[in-house]
Design a protein around this ligand. Structure first.
Ligand SMILES: Cc1cc2nc3c(=O)[nH]c(=O)nc-3n(C[C@H](O)[C@H](O)[C@H](O)COP(=O)(O)OP(=O)(O)OC[C@H]3O[C@@H](n4cnc5c(N)ncnc54)[C@H](O)[C@@H]3O)c2cc1C
Length: 427
């Protein structure tokens, strides 16, 4: 039998992590490239997960640790692919390791540097609702637990270097180029949220109390910016009436996205339940087009939300949201399309259930010419009988990079992609 080749996995979300673990457990060397300072992807930002309401980090952190400790997984974190070329049946890959300005071999993740850093800027991991220092880890369970200096915001005061007992701070660190040779590639680059600013009628980015579902996940999270308290961004008050708007940027021809994002009905239902759990007595209304509760246990979850938790579902798209400038309350104008009734309702907070858009960039497609659909999701060799191979030989895909999906489907697809990649990479 010929020699087993390595596999490149691009993206360290739940899809990339699962594929990496499945391949590494079979003895393949896996190169996991993640552009952010930690693996984890979007799932790391979630509070609890539907339909069982498992705490996301409780089920994810052990996997992150397994990835970090696996002897067959070489993590190239805070790194970007710069070149991929074919060499016979193999691929030659160039990866740029961005400088963290902190020596990975010395940093012990103690955080003393961040305690002394005088700079505070909005934390991307908290969707801008909380603050982080210029020397930071994105979240406490980060893997690897190594600090990164964000040079764009650093004022070079030198305090972090002075207080670091491990002498890990290295302001002169340079980018490093790594060259790899692999037999197969799995692309698991995941998603971004639809930019809700494009739906001007909802006032996102203008009205303080209009936030996205991902922002609400951070407010619900015990490790989030409010310690798990659901508070209005405008005044820190506890909301008593919260409205959720479905299909923001999904199933919407006007913004060019006709597809269903598949997770928003369920995450709105989950978040409405969680808001009620956190703030008993809160009135929650979900404005929807139809409820798509397709997964195992999802329909039951939705029925329970309505019957047991008293979440109100109104079929109808919201036409516009207006803000009362004094109270910062929001006036929702909608039509209940079942009863024909015109609705004007004042609420304390609005949650926009923004759809999922692909994170795959044009730059990445210049490096690897992946076939994509009209919306930028990767197309597979056959949507039914070969849903993980791409038309590029030896290149596979998994997770939301291929199309919107929930965590169970993402994990299943990642394992399938690992299996397909192993067939090619075993030589
Ligand atoms: C508000 C909200 C709530 C949700 N709640 C649930 C829930 O309760 N239950 C559930 O089943 N699903 C839920 N989901 C869906 C869930 O988030 C996804 O199914 C899951 O995160 C998909 O994982 P992924 O690995 O495909 O993508 P991602 O999590 O997006 O991971 C992709 C990774 O790839 C990295 N990356 C991207 N481009 C590159 C590149 N060029 N080079 C290197 N790295 C790159 C990214 O930085 C990221 O780490 C929710 C979604 C939202 C928006």
């Amino acid at each position: 039998m010929s020699e087993m080749q390595g596999v490149l996995v691009i993206g360290g979300g739940i899809a990339g992590m699962q594929a990496s673990l499945d391949l590494a457990d079979q003895g393949f060397t896996v190169y996991l490239v993640e552009r952010n300072p930690s693996i984890g992807g979007r799932m790391a930002q979630l509070d609890k997960t539907f339909p069982t309401l498992d705490c996301a980090s409780c089920i994810m952190t052990p996997k992150m640790v397994d990835v970090g400790r696996h002897p067959n997984i070489k993590m190239l974190i805070y790194s970007e692919i710069t070149k991929i070329s074919r060499a016979g049946k193999k691929f030659k890959v160039k990866v740029l390791r961005k400088p963290r300005y902190v020596d990975e071999t010395k940093c012990i993740g103690c955080g003393i540097c961040a305690q002394h850093c005088p700079i505070e800027i909005p934390n991307e991991f908290d969707e801008g609702l909380g603050l982080r220092k210029a020397v930071y880890v994105p979240f406490p369970q980060a893997v690897p637990l190594i600090y990164t200096i964000d040079k764009d915001n650093c004022i070079e005061c030198g305090l972090c270097e002075k207080v670091c007992g491990a002498e890990a701070v290295d302001p002169n660190q340079e980018p490093e180029e790594v060259e790899l040779e692999v037999g197969a590639i799995i692309v698991a680059t995941g998603y971004n949220l639809f930019d809700s600013r494009k739906k001007e009628e909802y006032g996102y980015g203008i009205y303080d109390n209009v936030i996205t579902g991902l922002e609400l996940e951070r407010l619900l999270s015990a490790s989030g910016p409010t310690g798990g308290h659901v508070l209005r961004p405008s005044d820190g008050k506890i909301p008593k009436k919260v409205a959720f708007l479905q299909c923001v940027g999904s199933r919407d021809e006007k913004v060019g996205n006709q597809y269903c994002s598949r997770v928003c009905c369920m995450y709105a239902t989950k978040e409405a339940e969680l808001v009620k759990e956190h703030v008993p007595g809160t009135e929650t209304t979900i404005f929807y087009m139809d409820i798509r509760a397709f997964g195992k246990g999802y329909e039951e979850f939705y029925i329970r939300a309505e019957k047991e938790f008293g979440i109100k579902y109104v079929k109808g798209r919201v036409a516009e949201i207006l803000e009362d400038t004094a109270s910062k309350n929001l006036l929702i104008r909608a039509e209940n399309i079942e009863s024909g009734e015109l609705i004007e309702e004042e609420v304390d907070m609005v949650i926009l259930c923004a759809g999922l858009v692909p994170a795959l960039t044009d730059e990445m497609r210049k490096i690897l010419p992946l076939p994509i659909d009209d919306y930028g999701f990767i197309t597979t060799a056959h949507p039914k009988i070969d849903p993980v191979s791409t038309s590029l030989k030896g290149v596979f895909t998994a997770g939301v990079a291929e199309g919107p999906k929930d965590i169970p489907d993402t994990v299943a697809q990642a394992s399938a992609a690992a299996m397909k990649a192993s067939i090619v990479a075993k030589g």
